[in-house]
Each structure stands twice: as structure tokens, then as C-alpha cells.
Design a protein around this ligand. Structure first.
Ligand code: BGC
Length: 800
């Protein structure tokens, strides 16, 4: 990586799946993997996937003697195909068959441009160079464009160029899903509109989503003015244009392909195909589109960039993370009614589903593009009726959000999953991660803290928090003996433990993280009574049937929730019975499998069960120290009348760090965060590993199936909030910077309650400047002291 770019200087077929994911281009509406234009999907090297935000379809499959239904993010028709062949040759250009003289691929994150330069020789000794450029317009999300410049180096002669739209694609990007049904759409029509424009329309099989693409291909040859013969070729779901071109040695042939994409999910359209065919006529040249696209990226970077001095590697990777986040969700996402998929729009892993990863993603967006978080929260709000139904089906009240969410908010977790290590299909109980609902409430609250958007809180946020509080209140059961409330049949963030060894039942009792999150949500619900006007409160109580008795129970639970501890120690037990589990032989397994391990799969393939061990996939108890400042957490314990002290936090961190396999990329983010103040060296090491999650594909093969957006956004947020000690509490924006030694200066601006604030932090000083246009004061606390800032203020503080 170098100066806003990822550069690949050689062609390594085994690396291509990872490169395709990392070189994905997107604009928050649609994204396309960085596959080469001339390739089609194979099972090893190339996978040209294109995914529409919110473009889901369900299919039934039969596996392991069961019928199961899965909802997938659909691989849409491939708009990329562009290739050529010599008139005398049968075969189309194939990199594998050519002798490669040079190769260079660059992803330019500043401009959102993917470029490739190749120089190759074919079996007849003809040398050709190819320069390709590609964009998915950030300025107009319905437009994608590519340009090829093909130069005959030592030959002249006729070639045929083929530009196509290919709707025959299926979802086959993830090997372990290949036994499942994968043909998600069927062709409706294809054809050509005029000499330059072809179109294709498909429809998804179950969700009946229409997608239309119209492609305009123009061929420019030197010297100017020569005519190009063209023809079309089509079959069901596929349309190509063929151009017959006479090439002159050293005279480049330039091809421009501009594609217009519309779907039946679009707003302000009549019908996708008509819209695509009409709008494609209006598009300018590749260069014109590139100019607009660059300007749109410039606007995004102005808001979202973050500058780190003295650490180029971290700087470049952080930009890559911001880049992929903005390609998945951007201002183009507003109005689309979509969530943020854990693996981006970059591949098919987890089927484009939405998990609790929002918890790691929203803090960055809250302080940069809060209008986007608002939109992503509305995705949840609109699916609340489904969550209310799910709660009632399970015997509870309120809203129980699904662990994995897709189109309509139904639970999309798979019922059985394949362990690729053993080849066995196994029951999957991870859907019992009820803590997802608490994460949603937490996200609503954080959004409000960053924006003070009272209208949202009053009309949307409070209703969500009340419903989630009601869910916790009804899932909690009073243990009459202990006088404390308990929560049963759940799974914590550590997905390894889904049931007790030798038990027939799924789920665990009293996952500490879940219990404390439940209390926190209920406490926020109670706090809202003081924040919201009485008439709106009355409306909400009436709408959601919240009675005085309910509120009484909320108050009781918020003071008497049970939290498990290990024996008489100060170590919070991950769940009831954790202490009875066996210690895991870490050294033996680390030697064999390295640092990040999927112990669930490894042990199952060995006939063992990870449920038997004190071994976590990822941070679980430690999530508490990630989400809450020690003040806030100690306050919760105090209300619950547990004698938990700040001194016990490092003990807990040490205990669980030794028992975590980091089988999820989210884990290192949390570990870095919780160590940031006590052990800066280890915090930095964890941060470094988190930074490498995708660029180095540390989980071994998973990035190719889609980037890990939680880890990507989480690393940026670590810099933004953990390194600066940024916290919003009691209407004050608190800063308490402690930069890692490896960074000498950090600079960025953030959006806080309608204002732009610029921060420059070094080891010695923090400089805070506030933008013009402030109409009210803002309180900023530095190292424990609160200062008032008004328009144009610029203040410097010594912090060393
Ligand atoms: C992690 C979850 C995460 C999901 C999607 C899983 O491997 O355990 O915490 O939500 O991936 O990123």
C-alpha cells in the first residue's frame, strides 16, 4: 500500500480471490468485486460478483435429509464482461494462456478507481498492452463505467471486441454453501436498443426483485473516423455486442462501456428497464463520469479522512477501511431501507446478513455521517413488527430482534451449518444471541448522544428502546431463592458456547454480558421518562401497552439482575457454570493452528466439543469494558449492589485474554480497546492485528468471501475514540488522549451535535478548533475539566 493506493505489481492467481474482495468498488447502492472484465466465475481464481444493497432472495435447499430455506444477497447480473480475440483465433483472450510480460493493478482509494496495466505476448508472438480503468459512480449510484485501452505493440490486424451483460450467474462464491440452492434469478428479457446500447432484465425467483441493466459500448480507433462493424449475440439471460476492429501497430483502441442499473427497489422510477434504457442515453463519457465520481469521493473524504503522522502503514490501512465502509454504506444508501451487512457488499459470506456488527460500525458514522446512522437505525425500526412477533412467538413481550437480519427482519440464522473441516452438517444455535436487541438499543442511544436528535429519539428511538426493555423484562425470570432476576436460554457474543456439555437443551443461563446489557437498556428506558414530553410518553405507553405494573417490574429488574462471578473472585463468569468447564490446552493448539483459530470447527472435526472448555471465540465479558467507561459500568454494578471495583477490570481482562482464540476479527478490536490504558504495548499489538484482518486475511481465506466491516470500522473507531479518550457523557464531549508511542500526531474532524470540530492530538497537546456557524455553545471536557466552546473558538491544552 502506498499513498492512497493498493498496488499489486505481479500476477498471483492464488491471491486473486483476496484481491478481488479488497479491490471491490461500490457506492452504497451496488458493489462489484475487483475481478477482471474478461473472466467468468470459476471455483478457484475468478469470481466477478455484483451485489445490490438489500438485494435478497430466498431459496429452499435439501441438505442432510432436511429442507431448509436460506435468504441470500443475490449475485446480480455481471455488467463487467469485456474481452477481445484476434480475428484468426478461436479463443477469447485468456490471461492464463498468454505470456505475461508485465502486470500492475492499482486501487486508488482517493478517486475510487481500479486500474490494471498488462503487457502480454500470445502464442503467435503478438505483443499487446492493456490498460483498464473502472468505477462505480459515487456521484450517480446507478452508473458503472469501464474503459479499456488496447495497444498492438508489434502487430496490425483485425480483432473482435465483445462487450456483454451476463445474467446467467449464480451464487457460488462461498465453497461451503455450494451444496445449497444457488440460482437466484431468472432472465426476463434482453435485447438491443440501438447500435451502441444493449439491455438485460432479470427477476429474482422468490422476492420478485427486478433488475435491469443497459450498457452503452463505444469503440474509438486511431486514426479517427474509421467505421466499426458491430453485431449482437444473445441467449436467454445474456446479451453481447461484437465489434470488428482493424488495429494498427502502436495505435491504441479505446473501448468505453457505461452501464446504467435500476431495480424495482429504486425510488423515483417508473419501471427499471425503461429507466435504465432512458438514462443510459444521458450519460457522458468515461472521463466526464470519472470527474463527477472523483468530486463525490472528495466530498466524502473531506468528512471522513483521518490523518496519522509517522505511521504510513496504519494510515494507508485505515484509509482502506474507511473506503470500504463508504462503499458499502454512503449517502447513496439513504432512502434505500437497508442495513449494513457484516461482510460488506464484497462477497457472499454470511449471505449479506446484518448482525450486531453495527455496534462496531456506527460509532464512526455517528461522528461523520450521522444522517446515515439514522437511516440504518430506521432499517431496524421498520422491522420492529417482525421483532415483536418473534418475541410473542417465543412467549415474551416487546421486540426480539433477529440475530441475523435480511429483507424483512425475520430470523435469517441458518438452522444447520456445514463444518468444512469435518464435512458434517451441524445444528446451529447461534440464533440465541438475544444480545443483538440490546446492541440495537445501544446504537439508538449512541446516535442520540452524538446528534441530540430529539425528534428521532421521541418518535423512533424511544419506541425501540421501550420495546427492547419490555423484551428484557419479560425474558427475565425471578429466582425466588436468590431474589434476583435471571435470563436463560441465550448465547453470548462468544458463539463457541451454545449449550452445556452433555445437555440436550440449547442455550446457556445468565450470560453476564447479556444480563448487564438488559439492565442498561432498562435503565435507559427509565431515563427516557425524564427526557420525553408527557404526551408523547402517554402515546407510546398506549401504543405498546406499557402499564404501571410493567414499569414497576422494569425498576425492580434494573436493581436486582443477577450477574455471575467465578467462585468468590472478582472475575465475572461468562455464564452460569463457566467455572466447571475444563481449561483448554492452548499451547498445543496454537502451535498447530496459529493465533486465530476456529476451535469450534477444529474440535468438532476431532470428535470433541468446544462447549467443554474455557475457550472463547471472541470477547464476551470484555465487551462490557469496551462499550462502557469504568464509571458507567461501576455505576451499574453499584445499583445492582455488587461490590465490583475498577481494580478488578484488569484482572478480568487478563483472565479472558488467556482464554480467547480470536476466531472472529471483532475480538482484537475489543482486546485492543480494553488494554489501551493499562498495557499500551499489547493494545497496539492487538490493534495491529485488527488492522491486518483483511489486508492479510488473517483468518485464512475468509476475506475473499467478503471483507469484515466490523473490524474495518472498529479499527478506525479505535483511533477516533480510544486513542483520544473520546466519550460523550452528561452532555459533555470528553477527551482524554493517550496516543500510542507508535503515533506522533493524529488529526481529524468530527461532527458533534450539528457542529464540525477539528482535533489535532500529539503526545503533549490537544488543539481543538470549532467551525464557524455555531448557534449554541458546546461543552468539551479535556482531562477532567469542562470548557465552553463557541463560534470560531480554537483552544490548545497541555496534556502530558
Ligand atoms: C462473529 C459474530 C459476528 C459475525 C458477523 C461471527 O463470526 O462471531 O460476532 O457478528 O461473525 O461478522
Amino acid at each position: 500500500m502506498y499513498d492512497w493506493k493498493i498496488i499489486y505489481e505481479n500476477w498471483v492467481p492464488e491471491e486473486q480471490p483476496l484481491r478481488e474482495a479488497l479491490c471491490t468498488l461500490g457506492n452504497g447502492y451496488i458493489a462489484t468485486r475487483g475481478a477482471f472484465e474478461e473472466t467468468t466465475a470459476d471455483e478457484k481464481v475468478h469470481y466477478p460478483g455484483t451485489y445490490l444493497a438489500g438485494g435478497y432472495n430466498r431459496l429452499m435447499s435439501e441438505v442432510a435429509d432436511r429442507k431448509i430455506e436460506n435468504e441470500d444477497l443475490v449475485n446480480c447480473p455481471n455488467w463487467l464482461p469485456l474481452t477481445f480475440r484476434h480475428k484468426d483465433a478461436e479463443e477469447w483472450f485468456d490471461l492464463e494462456k498468454a505470456e505475461l510480460i508485465s502486470f500492475r493493478q492499482e486501487l486508488d482509494m482517493k478517486q475510487g478507481l481500479l486500474e490494471r496495466r498488462m503487457h502480454f505476448r500470445d502464442s503467435a508472438g503478438r505483443e499487446t498492452s492493456l490498460h483498464s480503468r473502472r468505477l462505480l459512480s459515487m456521484a450517480n449510484p446507478h452508473v458503472a463505467a469501464l474503459e479499456w485501452e488496447l495497444t498492438p505493440i508489434n502487430w496490425s490486424g483485425r480483432i473482435e471486441i465483445k462487450s456483454a451483460l451476463d445474467g446467467r450467474v449464480i451464487n457460488s462464491g462461498v465453497a461451503r454453501y455450494r451444496a445449497l440452492a444457488s440460482k437466484h434469478h431468472e432472465p426476463l428479457q434482453q435485447g438491443h436498443q440501438n447500435d451502441h446500447i444493449v439491455f438485460l432484465e432479470v427477476q429474482t425467483i422468490q422476492s420478485k426483485l427486478l433488475m435491469a441493466q443497459a450498457a452503452r459500448t463505444r469503440v474509438y480507433i486511431q486514426p479517427d473516423g474509421q467505421s466499426v462493424n458491430y453485431s449482437t449475440q444473445q441467449e436467454q439471460g445474456y446479451i453481447a455486442q461484437l465489434f470488428d476492429v482493424a488495429c494498427e501497430q502502436r495505435q491504441p483502441v479505446r473501448v468505453e462501456k457505461v452501464v446504467q442499473i435500476h431495480t424495482s427497489r429504486d425510488k423515483a422510477i417508473t419501471e427499471p428497464l425503461q429507466e435504465a434504457c432512458k438514462n443510459i442515453e444521458r450519460q457522458g463519457s468515461f472521463l466526464h463520469l470519472l470527474e463527477q465520481h472523483k468530486r463525490a469521493w472528495q466530498r466524502l473524504w473531506n468528512r471522513c479522512d483521518l490523518m496519522i503522522a509517522c505511521n504510513n502503514q496504519a494510515q494507508d490501512i485505515l484509509r482502506l477501511h474507511i473506503f470500504h465502509l463508504l462503499q458499502t454504506v454512503s449517502s447513496n444508501t439513504i432512502g434505500m431501507d437497508v442495513g449494513v451487512p457484516a461482510r460488506g457488499l464484497h462477497g457472499e459470506a454470511y449471505r449479506g446478513h446484518i448482525f450486531w456488527d453495527e455496534l462496531f460500525i456506527f460509532p464512526f458514522l455517528n461522528l461523520r455521517l450521522p444522517e446515515l446512522t439514522r437511516e440504518l437505525l430506521l432499517y431496524r425500526y421498520r422491522r420492529m413488527p417482525e421483532a415483536i412477533f418473534a418475541a410473542s412467538q417465543a412467549g415474551y413481550r416487546g421486540a426480539m430482534f433477529p440475530w441475523q437480519s435480511g429483507s424483512n427482519g425475520r430470523e435469517e440464522s441458518q438452522v444447520i451449518h456445514l463444518n468444512p473441516k469435518s464435512g458434517r452438517w451441524l445444528a446451529d444455535h447461534t440464533y440465541l444471541q438475544r444480545h443483538i436487541s440490546a446492541a440495537i438499543a445501544y446504537n439508538v442511544w449512541q446516535y442520540y448522544q452524538a446528534t441530540e436528535d430529539m425528534e428521532f429519539m421521541t418518535f423512533v428511538g424511544a419506541e425501540m428502546i421501550f420495546n427492547i426493555a419490555q423484551f428484557w423484562s419479560t425474558i427475565a425470570v425471578l429466582n425466588k431463592e436468590s431474589g434476583r432476576y435471571e435470563i436463560h436460554k441465550v448465547v453470548g457474543p462468544d458463539e463457541y458456547h451454545t449449550d452445556y456439555p452433555d445437555s440436550e437443551e440449547s442455550g446457556l443461563k445468565n450470560n453476564a454480558y447479556t444480563n448487564i446489557m438488559a439492565v442498561w437498556v432498562i435503565q435507559r428506558a427509565l431515563q427516557l421518562f425524564q427526557m420525553i414530553d408527557d404526551s408523547r410518553l402517554g402515546e407510546l405507553f398506549q401504543k405498546r401497552n406499557i402499564s404501571d405494573a410493567d414499569i414497576e417490574r422494569w425498576r425492580d429488574i434494573s436493581l436486582r439482575m443477577y450477574v455471575p462471578f467465578i467462585g468468590q473472585s472478582n472475575i465475572i463468569a461468562q455464564f452460569d457454570g463457566y467455572e466447571q468447564l475444563k481449561e483448554f490446552p492452548w499451547e498445543v493448539y496454537k502451535k498447530k493452528y496459529g493465533e486465530a483459530m476456529r476451535l469450534d470447527r477444529i474440535l468438532e472435526s476431532e470428535g470433541d466439543n468446544v462447549n467443554r472448555y474455557k475457550a472463547s471465540k471472541q470477547a464476551d465479558v470484555l465487551m462490557l469494558f469496551y462499550l462502557f467507561s469504568s464509571e458507567e459500568l461501576l455505576h451499574i454494578f453499584e445499583l445492582l449492589q455488587y461490590d465490583f471495583k475498577a481494580e478488578s477490570i484488569p484482572e478480568n481482562v487478563a483472565y479472558y485474554s488467556q482464554r480467547t482464540s480470536h476466531g472472529s476479527t471483532l475480538s482484537k478490536i475489543v482486546h485492543s480497546w480494553v488494554l489501551a490504558r493499562s498495557d499500551r504495548k499489547r493494545a497496539w499489538n492487538n490493534f495491529q492485528t485488527a488492522l491486518m484482518s483483511d489486508v492479510e486475511d488473517i483468518q485464512g481465506g475468509t476475506t475473499a468471501e467478503g471483507i469484515h466491516l466490523g473490524a474495518m470500522a472498529g479499527t478506525v473507531d479505535l483511533v477516533q475514540r480510544s486513542f483520544t479518550g473520546l466519550e460523550i457523557r452528561d452532555n459533555v464531549l470528553w477527551l482524554n488522549p493517550v496516543l500510542p508511542e507508535e503515533i506522533s500526531c493524529l488529526e481529524f474532524q468530527l461532527r458533534y451535535r450539528g457542529h464540525w470540530i477539528s482535533l489535532k492530538v500529539t503526545h503533549e497537546k490537544v488543539l481543538i478548533s470549532v467551525d464557524k456557524g455555531w448557534f449554541k455553545e458546546v461543552l468539551i471536557g479535556v482531562k477532567g475539566k469542562v470548557y465552553t466552546f463557541t463560534t470560531g473558538d480554537r483552544k490548545e491544552f497541555e496534556i502530558s
